[in-house]
Design a protein around this ligand. Structure first.
Ligand SMILES: *Cc1c(COP(=O)(O)O)cnc(C)c1O
Length: 426
């Protein structure tokens, strides 16, 4: 075995499929969000970020930064241990209480990231339940898929947001068998929302537990930032609400909330929670400050929705192929991986605008896109600048505009299907 060659070929494969990832080297500038310094090939330039998940700009909120600084000054940098062995710092205990309150649940549990929270919680809950069946939405995030896989239990994938399909799968198993329905509220690549109430109705009817990922909604929806489940008055109908501290809250970490017994079980049985160092006090204090701020301040949520709407309107009016989205996410269809990368490169190099290309496997082939995330700090002037730069890019690269985009996308996916068929046939 030539090990070096093996890994080089693995990378070459990604290049040939046009899905080798290149990271932009950024330095965000406090007080000037969404501006950042970009370093590339020895060059240093200032650019505007249009694809951050710091949806509300809370990562640069003065009070959040102060809380982080103060906690680090008083308690030091790291937590100093796992939760079990000296790492349970007081700000973290306060944070968990804050999260339980945010979702109206008995208890909360914080993990190193949202990814870890999904992976650890789903796998542990499903593994503890006897002969559990997981019903998982086909577009669930990689972290949930990892949790399902890790659990080792039987799984059934239901078509995205398809209640009839979910019901037919539920019908096929005995009423008394343990079932866990895992889904998201806001799907972050298309910006659509799950039929949460109807899924809860099915869960009641067929005796299933519900697990929802509210990562792309917490802080941003609901009167106190409790997500879509708060906005729609459904939090009490969900067994486990999962979220992140790293997106709208602007810090780092993930969490679950729910009834005390299930949270305590995950705390006690999940290796991904137990065998890792606790979140540092500075991060916990910053997250609590951010959550508390967004519980009472509506200004960020209002401005966020306003600027997202303004961005969609401006791009649509310019004839750009904005994909349907019910939320703050603005996906712009390119439909081809090479073009998608070229568009992103051109926007950055020529226009100083950074929008990372989203290619397979994050989205299906043929639906490659630029995923734009306006924030309250993306002003009308920045939106106008973005629109002009996209128009120039779309024209220069010959990317389909609104009217022809759907046809082109359709044609491309058909081509992909016939390629796959030809391949498996041969
Ligand atoms: C980003 C994301 C996560 C992971 O959250 P992190 O805190 O970034 O690890 C989980 N679920 C969804 C849907 C996400 O988009």
């Amino acid at each position: 075995m030539n090990y070096d060659r093996f890994f080089e070929e693995a990378i070459a494969q990604l290049h040939s499929e046009r899905r080798y990832r290149v990271f932009a080297d950024l330095e965000r500038i406090v007080g000037r969000f969404p501006r950042a310094i970009w370093r590339s090939n020895g060059e240093v330039r200032e650019i505007t970020v249009w694809c951050s998940n710091d949806y509300l700009g809370m990562g640069q909120n003065e009070r959040v930064i102060d809380a982080m600084r103060e906690a680090a000054g008083k308690m030091g940098s790291g937590a100093g241990g796992t939760r079990n062995i000296s790492g349970t710092n007081h700000p973290l205990v306060e944070l968990e209480a804050e999260l339980a309150d945010l979702h109206g649940k008995e208890a909360g549990l914080v993990f190193t990231s949202g990814f870890v929270s999904n992976e650890a919680a789903i796998s542990t809950i499903a593994r503890l339940l006897p002969n559990c069946l997981i019903l998982s939405d086909e577009l669930n995030h990689a972290s949930m898929i990892e949790g399902v896989r890790r659990s080792g239990v039987e799984k059934k994938i239901f078509r995205h947001n398809d209640l009839a399909h979910l019901e037919s799968l539920l019908q096929a198993v005995p009423h008394e068998r343990a079932k866990l329905i895992a889904f998201e509220s806001v799907y972050s690549m298309d910006g659509d929302i799950a039929p949460i109430e109807a899924i809860c109705d099915l869960a009641d009817k067929y005796n299933a537990m519900t697990y929802i990922d509210e990562v792309h909604a917490v802080g941003m929806y609901g009167a106190r930032g409790g997500g879509i489940t708060e906005r729609d008055g459904l939090a009490h109908r969900i067994d486990i609400i999962e979220g992140t501290l790293a997106k709208a809250f602007g810090v780092l970490g993930g969490y679950i909330t729910g009834k005390s017994a299930v949270i305590d079980a995950v705390r006690s049985y999940a290796p991904g929670f137990i065998f890792t160092t606790a979140l540092p006090p500075a991060l916990a204090a910053a997250a609590t400050t951010s959550i508390r701020h967004l519980k009472v301040s509506q200004a960020e949520r209002d401005a966020h929705q306003r600027q997202a709407r303004a961005t969609k309107d401006a791009l649509s009016a310019a004839g750009l192929p904005v994909m349907a989205s019910e939320t703050h996410i603005v996906p712009l269809l390119v439909g081809e991986p090479d073009l998608c990368k070229q568009a992103s490169d051109r926007l950055l190099e020529k226009h100083g605008l950074y929008i990372q290309p989203i290619n397979y496997p994050t989205v299906p082939r043929g639906t490659e896109r630029l995923r734009i995330t306006p924030t309250p700090l993306h002003s009308d002037a920045l939106i106008a600048e973005l629109t002009g730069a996209l128009l120039e890019t779309w024209t220069a690269l010959g990317i389909p505009f609104q009217s022809d985009a759907t046809d082109a996308q359709h044609e491309r996916s058909e081509r992909v299907v016939s390629l796959v068929t030809a391949k498996s046939g041969g």
